[in-house]
Design a protein around this ligand. Sequence first.
Ligand code: GUN
Length: 293
Amino acid sequence: MILIDGKAVSAQIKQEIAAEVEQIVAAGGKRPHLAAILVGHDGGSETYVSNKVKACEACGFKSSLIRYEADVTEAELLAKVEELNQDADVDGFIVQLPLPKHISEQKVIEAIDYRKDVDGFHPINVGRLAIGLPCYVSATPNGIIELLRRYNIETAGKKCVVLGRSNIVGKPMATLMMQKATPGDATVTVCHSHSRDLKKECQEADIIIAAIGKPNFVTADMVKEGAVVIDVGTTRVPDATKKSGFRLNGDVKFDEVAPKCSFITPVPGGVGPMTIVSLMKNTLLAGKKAIYQ
Ligand code: GUN
């Protein structure tokens, strides 16, 4: 069994990005600039955004954090999105989700200029991904593809089961795995809460990508000997032994599943660090105007 070290791979990629940024700047180019909008004080969102800002520093990017209280109006938020759309110094920006209930996430996502949508959530980027055109790809699925690539994991012709059909992980993950590409070219099945025989689907899978947000959902009896298991789960569960009072728990019952696997990602230290580095890669692409002018 090989433990996939997302932390090490992400550190390596950050170095690669930082080296490229210094070359760009030395040649008289512009330092990439990522802006992030954070609404409210949700613990998870605070951590994610703070990690994104730190990653920007490590990559040599400029970053701006724009904060609002949870009672900000939708109109105020949309006005800021428009301001960032127009700001020539900002190469890309994100609005951290979830947003408070009185704000339409879809409306906000669609208000972002798709050319600055480094999260890859805008329908134009999602649509372009679906038909295999250059676009910003959602960070978590893109990070998983990068791990599969760097560990030389064969995907062509393999049976891949994606657990979960969210817009930001499950759906784009399935799209990427079925894409005519390397990694890709897999036979993909997407399972969700209404799937009839999810366990049997998993038992037949060469690759399982678990993104349902249910701690310890994937157990040893669901996994074929030699399978590749990618765990996207990051549920916070109370843990008195931790300073924060919680720990992150994956969707996979790691201790019993790992011995059966050829490759497996741990939680934490697997997919998580790759998600942030994928956003950094998209920001670099935005800075270089590599996808859109
Ligand atoms: N909330 C959870 N994941 C993400 C992400 O990748 N981007 C944004 N903007 N919000 C999120």
